[in-house]
Ligand binder design. Structure first.
Ligand code: NAP
Ligand code: GLV
Length: 309
């Protein structure tokens, strides 16, 4: 069995080592532009370079080295009709939970302000915010969003979740569908975006929707930059309606040095690092799915191309 591997960061060794352990019968071929690669059975990649796409015609399935399928779906019409399989957790959910809990507590306990005070050598206690006024709303209650909600539960904030299809999650007020989005946003004090980027969710967080959030709201985007209309978020921060944001993902990555987000102290920035792909657990998950497909079994996390995630 031959697996064609591409990693945008060029770091392939941990993947080769992971597959050597989890699927020793497989030969891993690292894709290189211009190399004459014999046909492979499976592909493992995230965002294939244009020159790689024709070489995917022979594969039985395409495994993504990430949870989001938006990058591969840009070339969906050039792919063979085989399953596209994303990662389901594979060690990302706990990282996402840590990031979201940190972002919510940093704002709730005013650590962001204390950090700024400390830089200016200011010693001043700030009044506590009321926990019951701190409704945390998570957009997307899938694999990662659900784990974020579970991690927030012990802190006692009122919790909300929004998904495409109706859900019941203990201790969480659940909203579903476009019709219930405004009710979800109204009164939400901390908004955590954990949605896939699809035609339905692109530019979701625009001026109109951001203005529905509670005054003094805080926005945490750990999904994709394309969910947020940057100038609308900036306008809301500058008007004071939104107190600040912690952003991990951007329309253009790396975030250009000239982007106004870098220049507003109320906006905290991380470099798409909220949940990093872990090669070891990811190779194990992909190996198990390849074995299941070889047996003729069904597998989880197959992307629905029409739905976009
Ligand atoms: P998932 O399990 O597929 O969950 C997606 C959730 O979004 C589901 O609850 C789904 O609703 C909901 N949703 C999708 N379209 C919707 C719509 N139009 N309206 C309302 N809800 C909608 O995905 P996941 O594994 O949690 O990952 C989510 C995203 O996180 C990925 O797509 C990726 O972009 C991002 N991500 C970012 C990082 C990072 O480091 N920043 C790392 C990993 C992933 P249903 O439950 O009804 O289907
Ligand atoms: C990262 O952003 C992923 O989709 O896994």
């Amino acid at each position: 069995m031959r697996i064609l591997l591409h990693r945008g960061d060029g770091v392939t060794q941990p993947w080769i080592a992971g597959f050597a352990k989890a699927l020793p019968q497989a030969q891993v071929v690292v894709w290189r532009e211009g190399a004459d690669t014999a046909p492979c059975d499976y592909a493992v990649l995230f965002a294939p370079p244009a020159a790689m796409v024709p070489e995917l015609q022979s594969v039985k399935a395409i495994f993504l080295t990430g949870a989001g399928a938006d990058a591969i779906l840009k070339v969906a019409d050039q792919l063979p009709p085989v399953p596209i399989v994303r990662l389901g957790d594979a060690g990302m959910a706990s990282q996402m939970a840590e990031y979201a809990v940190y972002a919510v507590l940093r704002y709730f306990r005013r650590f962001d302000e204390y950090e700024a005070q400390a830089r200016a050598r200011v010693w001043k206690q700030l009044p506590q915010y009321e926990r019951e006024d701190f409704t945390v709303g998570v957009l997307g209650t899938g694999v990662l969003g659900k784990r974020v909600l579970d991690a927030l539960a012990p802190f006692g904030f009122p919790l909300r979740g929004w998904s495409r299809t109706p859900k019941h999650i203990d201790g969480v007020q659940c909203f579903a569908g476009a019709d219930q989005l405004a009710d979800f946003l109204r009164g939400t004090r901390v908004l955590v975006c954990m949605l896939p980027l699809t035609p339905d969710t692109a530019s979701l967080l625009n001026l109109e929707r951001l203005s529905l959030l509670a005054p003094g709201a805080y926005v945490v985007n750990v999904a994709r930059g394309g969910h947020v209309v940057d100038e609308d978020l900036l306008a809301q921060v500058q008007s004071g309606h939104i107190a600040g944001a912690m952003l991990d993902v951007f329309g253009t990555e790396p975030l250009p040095a000239s982007h106004p987000f870098w220049h507003d102290a109320r906006i905290a920035i991380t470099p798409h690092a909220a949940a990093l792909t872990l090669p070891g657990p990811s190779a194990v998950q992909i190996a198990h799915k390849i074995q299941a497909l070889e047996r003729g079994d069904t597998i989880d996390d197959v992307v629905d191309v029409q739905r976009g995630y």
